[in-house]
Design a protein around this ligand. Sequence first.
Ligand SMILES: O=P(O)(O)OC[C@@]1(O)O[C@H](CO)[C@@H](O)[C@@H]1O
Length: 303
Amino acid sequence: MILTVTPNPALDLTYRLTALVPGETHRAAPPAVRAGGKGLNVARVIAQTGGAAFALTTAGGAPGVRLADELEASQLPSELLPVASPTRTSIALVDESAGETTVVNETGDPLTDAEWTALRDATRRLAVPATAIVGSGSLPPDAPDDIYADLVAVAADRGVPSVIDAIGRALILAAAAGADVVKPNRRELAETTGDDDPVTGARILLDAGAGLVLVSLGADGMLAVPRAGEPLHARLPQPLTGNATGAGDAAVAAVATLLASGTDDPERLLRRATAWSAAAVLAPLAGELHPSYPEFEARLVTT
Ligand SMILES: O=P(O)(O)OC[C@@]1(O)O[C@H](CO)[C@@H](O)[C@@H]1O
């Protein structure tokens, strides 16, 4: 199975609005409630596409109970480490007329040292049967910077690939630890490296030690910058509108699935990641693909 580790999960509330007007009051039907956080979405997509996934995360307080209940109902194999602070909430406002989604992510509360140790220990234990390990999502305040680097080291010890979707120093340290693939989006990459050009930014992460950098470019598709050879770009002939929340997680799910099956060709990784990411935009909630996802790869333009 592919192990996903989400140190900062979120109870995702998705509201659908006919139109989002800043400064106005909106009335909405009750939100869709999902156990979210990037690694949980990655695991859901792997499961939807026929793979075996296991999600490791934390849960605390009343939102943590709701997260646990929803996760159990979804039947996604998972382990939730109990933590003292309440799980954060993330709100997605889907503007149906504009075809855009606005997201408010709480930062989350710090974990204690003992809770971080428990997360590291559980990662080591659950890595034993894993065929790939994914570390995904922002970290709560005061998190140890090396948490994803540690995960990369665990994967390397087990001889399985690692994929990291993170930001800042945690991402740089994960690259330096030799992550097989790192997948920031364009803004996260610029924030992390201080370079606005995605190819130059990606090369900073490659120089640090990453095997391949995938950069999601939103409606403009995705870029793969390998250690050897030229950068590759893939996109659909025309952009899609929908709910882009979780599109990056679908890309990570695609990459982890291919790596776990022994495929590490950058172009294949890029094409599958771009296709699943696009199919996620057409699905109503983060953590799922539109059922026509197998058709997307054939429509891509790669340069
Ligand atoms: O704060 P992070 O971890 O960067 O993002 C959290 C989040 O917005 O990302 C997922 C979509 O990718 C949601 O399920 C989740 O709530």
